[in-house]
Design a protein. Structure first.
Length: 462
């Protein structure tokens, strides 16, 4: 460990320097403030031990400069003329310890080694955190999340992106499947090529085929000029087929051939064109089930289900809501420091978000638009007004003791039994499956005494 020892008194400087060197430390000696400041800037010591009174501005200036350069570096001040005020000021600036002369060299060496170990641990922790961030970052492109489920997605993207393997992204609507596709593209060898996306659910069958394959002039009505399709536009890059579960069977057949042969023809053309694309598809429904139902071709399923990537719904991403909300506030807040109260954040984390990240994004945009001049986003705009979800976000005001609830239920049940028997105790006891004595005790405890007529009927019946 490298130790800067700033001391103008030769005897102390030599003996303490030898003690630190014997303990295995590299000692940088400075006889005055100027040299100490130069060594601070040029040699970056791990620990600083400095006298307060020495030629130049003194040890307090060394302390200040050390804190400026590295606030975490330990600084031990030595003085033979210390005061309480001086010690307080040193600690306020950032000194790690204050030593009164005369002192034992072993004590200072022990201090230096203790601070050195602490500094080494801090550096190890920082290195580990950096390594964890590299392996499991909080953000990947436009994807944000620190939950275990999202880190698994990040890891899958990092592993698969450099390859040309076809990826099938599975997830509910609003989970961010296109953002996963873009992250795959941006981390691939095709990143400089085009990223072309098309929703298979947005177009009718006839237009979808033309959008994918393109067409020649006159291929069909209104085809007034030739047009490149998405396959052709994605050449050298990535084609993202969103909602492939909605692709008509007739188009699935033609897509299968393209994926197998990497060739295609425009509508109205006999010219076969070659393709160099990577295909990423997304589905909101389990394709395996659609295959069993005959709504999706099994051969196409195996062709695109090369590498599956499951994107979790927001309700399964524990701890991600606050991070996502902060990210969206930064995106849509136009630099304003919008905030959300702790109580509101707790409600947001409790809400199941059936619309997933897209619903949260819309809620944040709505809350910002309606915030006016206030910087606190209101829960009325962040949470849905639909009463079906109110119970998921608003817990009951009070939780009554179980004894109280059971008491009320027992009283109500006894009253009902008495009504059915007209207040006849024997019949009531038989109806409830208890003895007359137990019934009498409960009636007494609950203040449920039957009237005179019922009592007379009870005695007559007995």
């Amino acid at each position: 460990m490298r130790v800067l020892l700033a001391e103008d008194e030769e005897t102390i400087a030599v003996t303490l320097s030898h003690a630190l060197g014997d303990a295995g430390h590299e000692v940088l000696r400075a006889p005055d403030t100027r040299v100490a400041l130069e060594l601070l800037a040029g040699r970056n010591p791990d620990v600083v031990v400095t006298d307060i009174r020495m030629p130049g501005a003194g040890g307090m200036e060394v302390l200040r400069r050390s804190v400026e350069l590295d606030p975490r570096r330990p600084v031990v001040l030595m003085t033979g003329y210390g005061t309480v005020e001086q010690a307080v000021e040193a600690m306020r600036i950032g000194a790690a310890h204050y030593v009164q002369k005369p002192f034992r060299n072993e004590a200072v060496v022990a201090l230096v080694e203790r601070f050195g170990r602490e500094r080494s641990l801090e550096r190890e922790n920082e290195a580990l955190k950096a390594e964890l961030r590299a392996v499991a970052p909080d953000r990947m492109g436009e994807l944000v999340g620190r939950s275990t489920t999202m880190h698994a997605v990040f890891q899958r993207i990092a592993t698969v992106a450099p390859t040309d393997a076809t990826v099938l992204i599975e997830g509910e609507s609003g989970t961010g499947k296109e953002r996963v596709a873009r992250a795959l593209h941006e981390r691939s060898t095709r990143a400089k090529g085009p990223f072309v996306a098309i929703s298979c659910a947005a177009l009718p069958e006839s237009l979808l085929e033309a959008e994918l394959f393109g067409h020649e002039k006159g291929a069909f009505t209104d085809a007034h000029k030739e047009r490149k399709g998405r396959f052709e536009l994605a050449h050298g890059g990535t084609l993202f087929l969103d909602d492939i579960d909605d692709m008509p069977l007739s188009v699935q057949v033609k897509l299968l051939r393209v994926l197998q042969e990497r060739t295609f023809e425009r509508l109205g053309s006999e010219e076969t064109r070659s393709l160099d694309i990577r295909v990423v598809a997304a589905t909101k429904k389990p394709l395996r089930e659609l295959v069993r139902e005959g709504r999706f071709r099994e051969d196409l399923y195996y062709r695109i289900h090369v590498v599956p990537a499951a994107l979790p719904p927001l309700r399964e991403r524990a701890g991600d809501v606050p991070l996502l909300l902060q990210h969206m506030v930064e995106r849509y807040g136009k630099g304003k420091a919008y905030r959300v109260s702790t109580a509101t954040m707790n409600l947001l984390e409790r809400y199941p978000w059936p619309g997933n990240v897209r619903e949260l994004e819309n809620a944040v945009q709505r809350a910002i638009a309606l915030a006016g001049e206030t910087l606190e986003l209101s829960k009325e705009y962040l949470l849905p007004l639909d009463p079906r979800w109110r119970g998921a976000t608003e817990p009951p005001e009070t939780v009554r003791p179980l004894r109280e609830v059971l008491h009320e239920a027992e009283v109500a049940h006894l009253k009902r039994a008495l009504e059915l028997t007209g207040g006849h105790r024997t019949q009531t006891a038989e109806l409830l499956g208890i003895s007359r004595k137990v019934l009498w005790e409960k009636l007494r405890d609950f203040g449920l005494e039957p009237g005179d007529k019922a009592e007379a009927a009870d005695r007559a019946g007995a």
